[in-house]
Design a protein around this ligand. Structure first.
Ligand code: PLP
Length: 379
């Protein structure tokens, strides 16, 4: 049995009829950009995130960038984040002229290690930017304390964590602001690009609303140098329909993760994902660790099972950042993760049989090895 890494057609089919009806209606109304559908989705998404405001923007990258702009974070400023993330996190910091200052993640939970913050602080530090990576919420309580103690903003990169909770609180409602991506493969994905900022700060929300729309609160009056980063009404219609299903889809992801963990526990040298006490993850990705990652991935591929590596090159070793002078050895835990991690298929609609196929194939891979080991022992 072939197992794809992700099958979006299952989700699409669940909302297709409602979305098409919504689009037909939109064609008659014609409010294609920032229409009523956008305002409606923003209200629904804020309610889902249990926070006061949500502002639809063009992408997750733009959501981060607009948060920095609205907080006046720019040239000369530093933002602390992790090297183990999707590069957009760091690129958004660089895009406003600020500098990403990288630290390690906790290698068990894959999220920011709060004990590494104080050593990274300088006079120029303006914000801490934890990433709820793979849908595992970062440990926010110590980060909130550190931000308060040092007068820093706390910004969540929640692009992989729609619906996760950290100590009871929804991702996106904990820090001063949060960025979400609606890239199609995310837990809540549009039929194209999209993103949102969430915040409980009314002033910040208003500034982001203005910045995303050419710096204009009133048509043709421009109070600052804004940009065009608006959410299309069509995407908002898609997102409204999908949002109704998200809780159920996240439950499916968690159930799939539980099944993997049960079946893979104790197999070979596999380390299954650790969920911190108080964290309620949404398993955007299910990521295992093994020293034999490359061999295992080859083995799975030969049997028609897709897997991916998120991410093979840490931010500090990306060519785009070669001018920073970061080098191999700067973040050993992150580098070790990059060599050992493997993401297994997980998506709403994945079947028990598909999960069983993946696990059986993984068991086979390690059993072959155990036999060799025993043969050696016999001599
Ligand atoms: C997807 C993602 C982004 C960027 O979102 P886009 O919508 O692709 O711009 C940022 N950070 C993380 C952690 C992501 O996974």
């Amino acid at each position: 049995m072939n197992v794809p890494f992700l099958d979006l057609r299952i989700q699409t089919a669940e909302v297709e009829a409602e979305v098409m009806a919504g689009v037909q209606d939109l064609l008659k109304r014609g409010d294609f950009v920032l229409g009523d559908g956008v305002a409606r989705f923003e209200a629904e998404f804020a309610a889902f995130c249990e926070c006061d405001h949500s502002i639809g923007v063009a992408s997750g990258f733009d959501a981060l960038k607009l948060i920095f702009r609205a907080m006046d974070i720019g040239p000369g400023d530093e933002v602390i984040t992790t090297s183990h993330t999707f590069i957009a996190t760091a690129l958004a910091i660089s895009s406003v002229g600020a500098s990403p200052v990288l630290i390690e993640v906790d290698p068990d939970t894959y999220t920011m290690d709060p004990s590494k913050i104080e050593a990274a602080l300088t006079e120029r530090t303006k914000a801490i930017l934890p990433v709820h990576l793979y849908g595992q919420p970062a440990e926010m309580v110590p980060l909130l304390e550190l931000a308060k103690k040092h007068g820093l903003k706390l910004i969540e990169d929640a692009c992989q964590a729609h619906g996760a909770r950290s100590d009871g609180r929804r991702a996106g409602s904990i820090g001063d602001a949060a960025a979400f991506s609606f890239y199609p493969g995310k837990n809540l994905g549009a039929f194209g690009d999209g993103g949102a900022v969430t915040t409980n700060d009314a002033t910040l929300a208003e500034r982001i609303r203005t910045l995303r729309n050419y710096g204009s609160a009133q048509k043709y009056f421009h109070d600052e140098l804004g940009e065009n980063s608006r959410l299309d009404t069509i995407q908002a219609l898609v997102l409204s329909e999908k949002l109704k299903k998200l809780e159920g889809w996240n439950i499916e992801r968690r159930a799939a993760a539980e099944q993997y963990t049960k079946q893979l526990c104790g197999v070979g040298d596999i380390k299954t994902p650790t969920t911190r006490k108080g964290a309620e993850p949404v398993f955007h990705l299910y990521v295992i660790q093994t020293k034999r990652r490359d061999e295992l991935q080859e083995h799975l591929k030969a049997q028609g099972i897709d897997s991916l590596i998120h991410y093979p090159v840490p931010v500090h070793l990306q060519k785009a950042y070669s001018s920073k002078g970061w080098k191999k050895g700067d973040f050993p835990q992150t580098e070790q993760l990059a060599g050992n991690i493997l993401s297994l298929p997980v998506f709403p609609g994945i079947t028990d049989a598909q999960i069983e196929t993946v696990c059986e194939s993984i068991r086979q891979f390690y059993e072959k090895n155990v036999e060799t080991g025993q043969a050696q022992l016999n001599f």
